[in-house]
Ligand binder design. Structure first.
Ligand code: SF4
Ligand code: SF4
Length: 335
């Protein structure tokens, strides 16, 4: 493990720019942050998770599936350089693992794995969260981790490739282990994680009244921000774009909060009301994913709560559920 100053970290990143399609957190002109190329703005490692869906690096909002021209099918050309992504948080890594399983179950999704299989992932943790908040370290299921100890960055390699990358950088002091710096701290779930888990337990056991979901749905303005920022949302639609003799089939993110999400060609709509769609959004993550995958599909990254302009992200809705309907074994608060 190496200890790098901020300048050494920048040198380390620049040293990989020619070999890899390097993506790092940068500062945007409006003060926000995004994972982009180094040339796109100043490096902004501090601030925790970026607001945009980090899994979009492998599952973009609008992705080419194939194209056809006058002479028939045209092969999709994938980028030559491998992605080297820095700036996911350990929570983002859990979301990535969740959708890796989704895209590899049943028919393996070639489009997703064309870039995902070859990617190198470095997470950030330590004292570099929003407003200096502490981000607990990952469990190591990535290639590298950059842990901020309050002063410097500790570069920890986990995979063989990560070890090679770290060893080839001839700067930075050697440090024995993260434990020698950070100790063996145990990080209990946050208040937000606890409330989402409590809401999941209630929903898995109880059918809430339609009136509750209608009330939540009344606040939804169908902007789709919750789905478009959620790293575990995977719904997409398929569109064919024709330009003269050239046609492109593309897949484009969809949103379960839009009125037409499940509308059928005959006109029937199983999710016709905003209440039904809100119920579906929360149930999918906290109930359906649990029964399909054995874990809920929300890792409490906080993006949908930040994105929702009307305050009905999953943490806010979970708080309402727990407040109004109590803990799973507390029947006194239910109708
Ligand atoms: S907090 Fe919201 S955006 Fe984040 S994983 Fe959960 S549902 Fe998705
Ligand atoms: S972000 Fe909020 S208002 Fe927008 S679609 Fe999602 S729940 Fe509705």
């Amino acid at each position: 493990m190496k200890r790098l100053t901020q300048d050494e970290l920048l040198q380390f990143l620049k040293s990989w720019e020619t070999c890899y399609d390097l993506r790092v957190p940068i500062l945007l002109p409006d003060g926000g942050r995004a994972i982009c190329r180094l040339a796109d703005g100043p490096l902004a490692m501090h601030g925790g998770s970026v607001p945009a869906k980090p899994t979009s690096l492998f599952f973009p909002q609008d992705g080419l599936v194939f194209a056809a021209g006058a002479n028939g099918y045209l092969e999709r050309v994938d980028t030559e350089k491998r992605l080297f992504i820095i700036g996911l948080t350990p929570t983002d890594l859990q979301c990535l693992r969740f959708i890796d399983r989704f895209f590899s179950t049943g028919e393996r999704d070639d489009l997703y794995f064309a870039s995902r299989d070859k990617a190198i992932i470095a997470v950030v943790s330590g004292y570099c969260g929003r407003d200096g908040e502490f981000i607990p370290p990952s469990s190591g299921s990535c290639d590298l981790e950059l842990y901020h100890d309050g002063i410097d960055w500790l570069l920890m390699p986990y995979s063989d490739e990560g070890r090679e990358l770290a060893a080839s950088f001839n700067a930075g002091d050697e440090v024995v282990s993260l434990e020698s710096v950070h100790g063996k701290a145990v990080h209990p779930p946050s208040a937000e994680q606890e409330v989402v888990l409590a809401a999941a337990a209630i929903l898995q056991e109880t059918e809430l009244p339609d009136a509750f979901w209608d009330e939540i749905g009344e606040h939804c303005i169908q902007c789709s921000g919750c789905n478009l920022t959620c790293p575990t949302c995977t719904c997409f639609g398929v569109q064919d774009w024709c330009y003269g003799e050239h046609t492109e089939r593309r897949r484009v993110w969809d949103s379960c909060q839009l009125a037409g999400f499940m509308r059928e060609a005959g006109g029937h709509n199983p999710l016709a009301t905003a209440g039904q769609r809100s119920r579906r959004r929360i149930h999918h993550k906290l109930v359906a994913d649990m029964s399909r995958w054995g874990e809920i599909g929300c890792f409490v990254c906080g993006r949908c709560d930040l994105a929702c302009p009307t305050g009905i992200g999953i943490i806010a809705v979970s708080r309402e559920i727990v407040t109004r309907f109590g803990m799973p074994d507390d029947n006194s608060k239910r109708d």
